[in-house]
Design a protein around this ligand. Structure first.
Ligand code: NAD
Length: 304
């Protein structure tokens, strides 16, 4: 791969995504505001820079961002030191962060006005999907931008979808994650109920995986320990995908729903449950730790 890539935000997701780009032969440099994350990147043989000013130049052919929220993307692209003014017109901008549709559109418009291609390309599949390069990637942008981004996205993901114009990637992702938040709570409720009914949770889990109650939280990412190896529930709920991030996505979903007058009562309820969970100090736990507050006192296990 002949791309010269600047990658910004090498946290839980960005790190393995950048590693896959390195393995594919791209010339990649990464930046993160966290020194700890830069150290982790170096451990994976990624070349790091300590200042964003040292990352972006006219030679860069692709910028990829994997940041927490819209305000971070906006600052990076359009802020005082915004990279949109520093890249050449041949560079494509790929924002893989899950952010609000409005901010995506705003950044995309400024890029477009300057003749620079941009796509929003949020991902689904979690840290395991990022490590295995099996992410689902939902892309918003013009046909040309999609075609230009596709070979790069294929290095990080398996299923790459063109959802529509800029902002549509995040629209699709927000719809997906509203379901994910709801089904994580539903999976927790079912498994906790099984516990109270004194039925072996392992058996109920096996049954649900093959029956009509299956869902991604059941089959891939169960919220209780001892069911599938390698999941955050087996690692003291170290994220993974944090409860704070899920809370952010549910907020985005509820804002979207209000804006277009869509009725999403379960989305609202999921937001209330995750908001309280985060307020109670669990923001940095994996989102599957929500099982801790579901189902009463039947399952009393500690999380640190
Ligand atoms: P994370 O917090 O682990 O990583 C984000 C990184 O961005 C951090 O290392 C942080 O230091 C860095 N950062 C923040 N502001 C920055 C700035 N101004 N300049 C440079 N670096 C900056 O989050 P994550 O779990 O990797 O998630 C990233 C995005 O991907 C989020 O939008 C999230 O919703 C989405 N997402 C996460 C998962 C998951 O399973 N973790 C899955 C799908 C999508």
């Amino acid at each position: 791969m002949s791309e010269k890539i600047a990658f910004i935000g090498v946290g839980n997701m960005g790190n393995p995504m950048a590693v896959n780009l390195l393995k594919a032969g791209s010339k990649i440099k990464v930046f993160d505001v966290s020194k700890q994350m830069l150290e982790k990147a170096r451990e994976k043989n990624l070349e790091t820079v300590d200042r964003i000013e040292d990352l972006i130049s006219e030679e860069i052919s692709t910028v990829i961002t994997m940041l927490p929220e819209g305000k971070h993307s906006k600052e990076i692209y359009l802020g005082d030191n915004g990279i949109i003014n520093k890249v050449s017109k041949n560079c494509i901008l790929i924002d893989c962060s899950t952010i609000d549709i409005q901010t995506s559109k705003e950044i995309g418009k400024v890029a477009n006005d300057r003749g620079i291609m941009m796509v929003d390309a949020p991902v689904s599949g979690g840290v395991m999907g990022a490590q295995k390069a099996t992410l689902n990637i939902m892309v918003g942008g013009s046909e040309d931008s999609f075609d230009r981004a596709l070979p790069i996205l294929k290095v990080m993901g398996k299923n790459i979808y063109h959802a529509g114009e800029i902002g549509s990637g995040n629209g699709a992702k927000i719809c997906n994650n509203m379901s994910l938040g709801i089904t994580m709570i539903a999976a927790s409720e079912s498994l906790m109920l099984a516990k109270r009914l004194n039925i072996d949770i392992k058996k109920v889990h096996e049954i649900m995986k093959n029956a009509s109650g299956n869902s991604w939280p059941i089959s891939v990412y169960p919220p209780l320990p001892g069911l599938i190896d390698g999941t955050p529930s087996n690692n003291n709920y170290k994220p993974g995908f944090s409860a704070g991030m899920m809370n952010k996505d549910l907020k985005l979903a509820n804002e979207c729903a209000t804006n277009v007058n869509a009725s999403t009562p379960l989305g609202r309820m999921a937001l209330d449950i995750y908001s309280k969970f985060c307020k109670d100090g669990n923001e940095t736990k994996d989102f599957s730790a929500i099982s801790k507050v579901i189902g009463g006192d039947a399952w009393d296990y500690p999380i640190e």
